[in-house]
Design a protein around this ligand. Structure first.
Ligand SMILES: Nc1ncnc2c1ncn2[C@@H]1O[C@H](COP(=O)(O)OP(=O)(O)OP(=O)(O)O)[C@@H](O)[C@H]1O
Ligand SMILES: [Mg+2]
Length: 268
């Protein structure tokens, strides 16, 4: 299943939330950094690791065909088992206009015949070269938003635009970062007119581990942010699966991984 995360404006924490979710995902998953403004995970969580492979390299290789095969070799492990992997984003945003999002979306929608989910960080909705094709193919499209009046207003407008462009209102959902500032999930869901899948608390210390590679303490995996991420990830899998099964008949066999190793892994 392909799950697209995006934001209206501001920096509500799409990348941080996406990484937190990928590290907490209950099945095999790839975090694909598709933000046309550039990837952040290697520089942040990866502590400045030299970008090897990644989206730009994949795009070049795919011009000779065989995108699905090339994808496999461009992924980096986020955990020891390789159940969670990363497609690093663009180091140079100028490349974004050369990326064939449509071709990429097709491949990301069925990685390993659907045995591997993809959480795609698509960045800001109105950005130039926004990966609209990826949003269009996604089983769930999640608007990540803050809970201030300003954020919710921008989010409401963004959802209306998404509806207009895409029409598949059922796949839209909200994810609140920092609820209660002042609005809660229920009020935000009503304002957006979509289901709110859950929320991730403000947890600056744990967020800094994910966004900037701050040292992860012993209790990182049990932090408020990672605990909430596990809940949200499980709900998101359910939500996306329910919508995908409405679009496509269920596969003959389902490959479900049961391990959930959270927090300890670093980008290798
Ligand atoms: N749950 C959270 N609690 C506290 N701080 C957070 C949380 N999520 C993200 N942040 C912080 O917010 C800042 C922006 O996060 P992030 O880069 O993930 O946002 P973004 O929406 O991806 O931004 P951009 O549009 O620039 O890509 C970072 O400093 C990050 O540590
Ligand atoms: Mg980001």
């Amino acid at each position: 299943m392909l799950i697209a995360l995006c934001s209206a404006k501001g920096a509500p924490g799409v990348t941080t939330s996406g990484l937190g979710l990928a590290l907490s995902w209950p099945r095999s998953v790839v975090l694909a950094e598709l933000d046309p403004a550039g990837g952040d995970v290697l520089a942040g969580y990866g502590r400045g690791e030299v970008p090897a492979g990644g989206l730009a390299d994949l795009e070049l290789a795919a011009r000779r065909g065989g995108l699905a095969r090339h994808l496999e070799t461009r992924l980096l492990r986020l955990d020891g088992e390789g159940q969670r992997r990363l497609l690093p984003g663009l180091a140079d945003p100028a490349i974004a206009r050369h990326v064939n999002w449509d071709r990429l979306a097709t491949v990301l929608a069925s990685v390993e015949d659907g045995a591997v989910d993809v959480v795609a960080d698509c960045g800001r909705l109105r950005a130039e070269h926004f990966p609209a094709a990826v949003v269009h193919r996604a089983a769930a499209v999640v608007l990540v938003t803050g809970s201030t009046l300003r954020a919710v207003r921008a989010g409401t407008q963004a959802i209306a635009e998404l509806r207009e462009k895409d029409g598949r209102a059922g796949v839209l959902a909200g994810l609140v970062v920092g609820p209660g500032e002042p609005y809660g999930e229920r009020e935000i869901g009503e304002a957006l007119g979509v289901a709110v899948i859950g929320s991730l608390p403000r947890d600056p210390k744990s967020a800094a581990v994910l966004s900037d590679g701050a040292p992860a303490g012993r209790l990182f995996a049990q932090s408020a942010l990672l605990r909430a991420a596990r809940t949200v990830a499980a709900r998101l899998v359910e939500f996306a699966a329910a919508h995908e099964s409405r679009l496509t008949p269920p596969p003959a066999t389902s490959v479900l991984a049961s391990e959930t190793t959270v927090g300890g892994g670093r980008v290798r």
